[in-house]
Design a protein around this ligand. Structure first.
Ligand SMILES: NC(=O)c1ccc[n+]([C@@H]2O[C@H](COP(=O)([O-])OP(=O)(O)OC[C@H]3O[C@@H](n4cnc5c(N)ncnc54)[C@H](O)[C@@H]3O)[C@@H](O)[C@H]2O)c1
Length: 317
């Protein structure tokens, strides 16, 4: 009986300490403000926390800033947000070009391109600047968090938060535990996910986790259907949208995600799992070679106008 009491007390004090630590996560630094970094920043700032965004150069920083403001403007047009909400969200976000001030932030989320060497360099640099107890999060979709963790002096504080696009609207985040992630890190990040309104799903590190591994073969198959001339891109998307009650067709979805990212995920899945179903369709390679990367460059399987809407009559592939 006494043992049970002690265990209950331990449990309560652990829960309290996790709660108070999460209470202390009031500021988050995000590295990389592309499709994902912008959505993550928007979500965290909307939850009332301060955000620092770091981009690689002035040109990308300016473009990301404009894109984020435009995406919020679209929400205002749809009556989903007010101008004063926009002001307070953007007012909580600071922008910089160097990692130097990340030591002032409680949590760091990396959301740069899906390139292991790039991510590794960033985590090595962050490790030397960030506070000792800061948790490192990566938004990678397919890469090994264990290998990334091993390049830092705090492997037990490395975890994946696999947010999906569009981040402010997707209510779920995969929490990816690597070999070294401590239970405490999992608990803290789980509570942080709840604080920003996301339902966490715990998964173990494995290429593509649950969501990327399951969706990528579907996207690729749709591209082969297009390549083999079975149907046009809009007809493939309409069939899948209406036929299966999907919110987006697979080709629109690939364009939204960014075709360079989709190709990078397929290359990792193909290399690590060796299954033919992860062999990227030649159309995807061709579009990426031509830098037609989808919505973010204005052209992919479809062409887009300046508001990000598909131009119906012009189909690229
Ligand atoms: N696109 C999706 O649907 C999606 C979904 C889930 C996870 N992810 C993952 O999120 C990560 C980012 O993907 P994305 O789609 O946002 O890519 P993106 O190409 O849209 O953005 C990447 C950003 O990182 C910036 N960057 C590159 N090097 C940098 C550096 N050294 N310092 C600071 N910024 C740097 C780039 O300028 C760019 O703005 C990837 O790991 C990807 O696998 C993407």
């Amino acid at each position: 009986m006494q043992n049970e009491n002690i265990r209950l007390e331990d449990l309560l004090s652990k829960t309290k300490s996790v709660q108070s630590d999460v209470g202390n996560i009031n500021s988050v630094a995000i590295i990389g403000a592309g499709v994902m970094g912008q959505g993550i920043a928007h979500t965290i700032a909307a939850a009332g926390m301060d955000v620092l965004i770091i981009e690689k150069d002035a040109e990308h920083l300016q473009k990301s800033k404009e894109d984020l403001a435009e995406s919020i403007d679209r929400e205002i047009k749809r009556w989903a947000m007010t101008k004063s909400e926009k002001k307070s969200i953007l007012g909580r976000i600071k922008w910089e070009l160097s990692l130097n001030s990340v030591n002032e932030y409680d949590l760091i989320i990396e959301a740069v391109d899906e390139d292991f060497n790039l991510k590794q360099l960033i985590f090595m640099e962050l490790d030397s600047i960030a506070k000792k107890d800061t948790i490192f999060v990566s938004n990678t979709s397919t890469l090994s968090l264990t290998k990334l963790a091993e390049t830092t002096s705090r492997p037990e504080k490395m975890i994946g938060m696999h947010f999906l696009h569009p981040v402010p609207k997707i209510p779920m985040v995969e929490l990816v535990k690597c070999l070294h992630t401590s239970n405490r890190t999992v608990e803290l990040v789980k509570a942080f996910a709840a604080k920003i309104g996301k339902t966490p799903v715990e998964v173990y590190e494995y290429p593509g986790f649950v969501t990327t591994r399951a969706i990528v073969p579907l996207l690729n198959e749709a591209m082969y259907i297009l390549l083999e001339g079975v149907a046009t891109a809009p007809d493939i998307d309409t069939a899948m949208r209406l036929g299966y009650n999907f919110q987006y067709g697979p080709l629109e979805m690939a364009d939204m995600m960014g075709l360079d990212e989709v190709l990078a995920w397929m290359e990792t899945l193909w290399k690590t799992l060796g299954e033919p179903r992860y062999r990227a369709c030649p159309i995807l390679r061709k579009l990426v070679r031509e830098r037609k990367l989808g919505k973010k460059t204005g052209e992919g399987f479809y062409k887009y106008d300046e508001n990000g809407k598909i131009i119906p009559e012009i189909i690229v592939a």
